[in-house]
Design a protein around this ligand. Structure first.
Ligand SMILES: C[S@@+](CC[C@H](N)C(=O)[O-])C[C@H]1O[C@@H](n2cnc3c(N)ncnc32)[C@H](O)[C@@H]1O
Length: 465
């Protein structure tokens, strides 16, 4: 059974109520109060005790710092609940659950409704399930909250980011601004119908207002064309571009659909992998050659196919090794191989042979008509490679590379790794893969799978684990 949403009651417990003066007096929040959609009440911690009593005390154990007394928080919460009934209690701490749109949406559904209207990302007016939702926001300062108080009371502990502020008041405002947008009539239809950042796998599209030209920068013609279908199409593409270039992490963790992946791929350059059996360090520490291994060809081909790699180059300049590779490819790419295992055929059809590093670069140049950006990989600590040309890169910087709109080549070594001369010719060196042990000897096919997954993998994150 659905109730018509009446009013959301917000209790705020704080040391400094003044911080909320402007918050409740201006903008859409003030309008929501005027319209009777929300009511608020502020309880000052110091009003809970009499004038001579302190609300805080030193933290137990070594170290300086003050902490709010548990009884003071308790009485403040009781005061709020005596007035408006049992409340949903939110505490603020840098150690809490990181706030994002998905957390807000989930909470809005939990508190106010069963569904969100996908057209305007708000709760439907007649579907609010709560008649009187009472939200209690507790804003600590000093060293934070006595751990037992959070243990006992907190329905939710929210962090607004990985940094430490002086108190929970600004986090409470951030949280409220985000949450209130989900309530019907708080944000007017005009703003809310639009697709905002973080409400889907893509961020918002770029917005423009007049004048048409400002500081030599023009509004794209399409935006002024008046052709709504074309503008809509353009906006979707721009939104995908921004997301892939600026927040690839958001894209990969939000379960993109096949269609969304297709759009995203427009902004992800073609990727290539090279497995070097030549120009690598061998046992005596010298540059040399290693033997090819059929397991590496199979497994890296399959990983490459999974992560959408354009071609996987197996690089050897030894004629007898190349013959082995050719025999392997001849079988898997023949009708017999195709019939024997179709998916293996699919993976192996991306494998190419190359004589050396230059041959790989040439093959990519010929195909793409562009110079590839080359990323070297190594198991060793990167400090020993640092020179002026080679830049170290981590697995959170894909956008930076994608923006350069050049094909990307990831180079893997065999034996004891890529020779320094090859690393020196690469544009970037990826951080080594590390586990929490001293052991550091992954097979190259395992390393390839991990590298490709970290670099191009979809790693869905469920909001409530
Ligand atoms: C100085 S901080 C205490 C930090 C705490 N000792 C720690 O290191 O985790 C005081 C209060 O500010 C608020 N606060 C600071 N940073 C925050 C953040 N990133 N998100 C949410 N609340 C925060 C919390 O209410 C916190 O208890």
């Amino acid at each position: 059974m659905f109730f018509i949403f009446k009013v959301m009651k917000i209790s705020i417990i704080t040391i400094f109520p003044e911080i909320f003066d402007a918050f409740f007096k201006i903008s859409l929040v003030a309008r929501a109060i005027e319209k009777g959609l929300i009511e608020f009440n502020i309880v000052r911690f110091s009003d809970i005790v009499n004038v001579k009593q302190r609300i805080d005390e030193p933290t137990c154990g070594p170290g300086s710092g003050m902490i709010l007394k548990p009884a003071v928080v308790q009485h403040a919460i009781e005061k709020c609940e005596n007035q408006w009934g049992k409340g949903y209690k939110v505490f603020f701490s840098p150690q809490g659950k990181k706030l994002d749109q998905r957390v807000l949406k989930k909470l809005a559904i939990r508190l106010f409704s069963k569904t969100i209207d996908s057209n305007n990302e708000q709760i439907r007016k007649n579907e609010c399930t709560s008649k009187n939702t009472h939200l209690i926001l507790i804003c600590p300062r000093y060293e934070g909250m006595d751990h037992r108080v959070e243990q006992y009371y907190a329905d939710l502990i929210i962090s607004i980011g990985d940094y430490v502020l002086m108190g929970g008041d600004i986090p409470a405002q951030v949280f409220l601004e985000g949450l209130l947008r989900y309530l019907p009539d708080v944000v007017g239809k005009k703003e809310s119908v639009r697709q905002e950042s973080f409400s889907s796998v893509f961020l918002d599209y770029p917005e423009y207002g007049l004048p048409v030209e400002w500081k030599n920068l023009k509004i794209p013609e399409i935006v002024l064309s008046g052709n709504h279908a074309q503008i809509d199409k353009w906006r979707k593409i721009q939104a995908a571009k921004k997301t892939i270039e600026n927040r690839f992490d958001w894209f990969t963790k939000n379960f993109p659909s096949v269609e969304e992946i297709k759009v995203a791929k427009k902004f992800i350059p073609n990727h290539y992998v090279a497995l070097m059996h030549t120009q690598v360090i061998v046992k005596n520490g010298m540059q040399g050659n290693t033997s090819i291994a059929s397991l590496d060809i199979h497994d890296i081909a399959r990983s490459s196919a999974t992560y959408g790699i354009e071609n996987y180059f197996v690089v050897t300049k030894l004629q007898d090794q190349k013959k082995i590779l050719d025999t392997f490819l001849d079988f898997w790419l023949s009708n017999v191989g195709k019939k024997y295992n179709k998916t293996r055929f699919q993976a192996v059809s991306k494998v190419r042979s190359a004589m050396d590093f230059d041959d790989v670069l040439n093959q990519i140049r010929n195909k793409e008509k562009k110079e590839p950006l080359v990323i070297a990989t190594s198991a060793k600590d990167y400090e020993q490679y640092i020179n002026e040309e080679t830049k170290i890169i981590d697995y959170f910087s894909q956008g930076k590379i994608f923006k350069r709109k050049r094909p990307v080549l990831i180079v893997l070594g065999t034996g004891q790794g890529l020779s320094e001369s090859i690393i020196a010719r690469c544009d970037y060196l990826l951080l080594p893969i590390k586990g929490m042990s001293e052991y550091n000897h992954l097979s190259v096919r395992s390393a390839a799978a991990i590298i490709l997954d970290r670099w191009l993998g979809l790693n869905g994150e469920l909001v409530d684990k």
